[in-house]
Design a binder for this molecule. Structure first.
Ligand code: MN
Length: 364
């Protein structure tokens, strides 16, 4: 092994052109265009009809060192070199709010516009960047169709909401089976990024709210895994891979063991029955990204090492840029782990899962 492992961030974001949806949606749907506007001292993400999200610009200033790659690919690669990151999967910014659109036609058009833009943006750089599509969920036939279209473009990953919005089936419902089957058949990893599908990420405004809110944000990923496993959707679609992003990863072992305990102790009430204990389904099909939490590494015999994907969350203020090398250097302190497992967690697992276009990560 080389002295320095290959580093893949399993959670990064690109900022789309602000006019992307305004310009590309047909006139009949243009009122649903998601864009950001500066209003007084706030940055407001909105459509004509709804304010989706408000953020103080200070949140961006708090990030400290300037990010030059939020929108620009050359700048992004310069920041990656500075931060010691070799490759990334890139999620949207405006497109994260797609699930605020209740209109099925507008939602479908928005996902297709984003996916086509993403495909053009990263063209020619697929040995460094993994494209990730966004899937529509207001009509699951559209979702299946878009999975197939993304696969035909060579995509290996696509997003579903981490929390199912009101009016969309929850993740324990068989209504999801065609979606998970299509993804498994097409080799598309289903990516659930925290916060997506929620009406708001503000859960509390009282004492400790900042810590409460961002800590609580892992619960959407935790709930999604619990529903997908307990309801049998993953069990019935055993080749489909799910990646839970920006929820940390240490909860995954705890949920696996808790679900095994409940599955056995409450057996008379358990429907549907599963072909494996819940922990076995998690080991087979669930991955999670993390930045700092080290308990997931210590507990990797429960989830399997392959479940753990290190990530930077570039360019976000709460991410590890420009200190990723320092964070990584302390990640394994006091944990008995092989160099191979370290390399897998820092990059190999994600590069293989998302089929990064480099020969060393091609399937055996
Ligand atoms: Mn993120």
């Amino acid at each position: 092994m080389s002295s320095r492992p290959f580093i893949f961030s399993a959670d990064s974001h690109i900022v789309e052109p602000n006019e992307l949806f305004l310009d590309a949606l047909p006139a009949s749907l243009r009122k649903h265009a998601i864009r950001a506007e500066k209003v007084d001292d706030m940055i407001v993400t909105r459509t004509d009809e709804q304010v989706i999200y408000k953020m103080r610009p200070q949140m961006i200033a708090l990030a400290g060192e300037k990010r030059i790659g939020a929108r620009d690919l050359a700048g992004r690669m310069e920041d990656m070199r500075k931060d010691g990151v070799d490759a990334e999967i890139c999620f949207p910014s405006l497109g994260l709010w797609t699930y605020a659109l209740a209109d099925a036609e507008a939602e479908y058009a928005t996902t297709q516009i984003y996916n086509d833009w993403n495909n053009r943006f990263f063209a020619g750089k697929l040995d460094i960047f993994v494209r990730c599509g966004v899937l529509p969920v207001r009509n699951l036939d559209n979702c299946v169709a878009e999975i197939k279209r993304l696969a035909s473009l060579g995509f290996t990953a696509a997003m579903l909401p981490s929390a199912t919005p009101a009016g969309v089936p929850r993740y324990n419902q068989p209504a999801w089976d065609p979606v998970f089957k299509a993804a498994g058949d097409a080799g598309i990893v289903l990516v659930l990024h925290t916060g997506t599908g929620l009406e708001t990420v503000i859960y509390e405004r009282g004492p400790g709210a900042a810590v409460v809110n961002y800590t609580h944000q892992m619960n959407d990923g935790l709930d999604a895994v619990t529903f997908l496993v307990a309801g049998g959707v993953l069990d019935r679609n055993p080749t489909t891979q799910v990646a839970i992003i920006e929820c940390g990863a240490s909860w995954l072992a705890a949920v696996a063991e808790r679900m095994d305990e409940v599955y056995a102790a409450h057996a008379p009430f358990v429907h549907p029955k599963l072909s494996l204990p819940p922990s076995g389904i998690i080991r087979r099909q669930v991955k999670a990204s993390f930045q700092h939490d080290r308990a997931c590494i210590a507990a990797r015999n429960v989830t399997g090492t392959q479940a753990l994907l290190w990530a930077s969350d570039y360019p976000h203020a709460e991410g590890t840029f420009p200190h990723s090398t320092d964070v990584i250097s302390r990640l394994f302190d006091g944990i008995d782990i092989s160099e191979q497992e370290k390399a897998d967690i820092l990059g190999g697992n994600a590069a293989r899962l998302f089929r990064l276009q480099r020969p060393e990560f091609a399937a055996a």
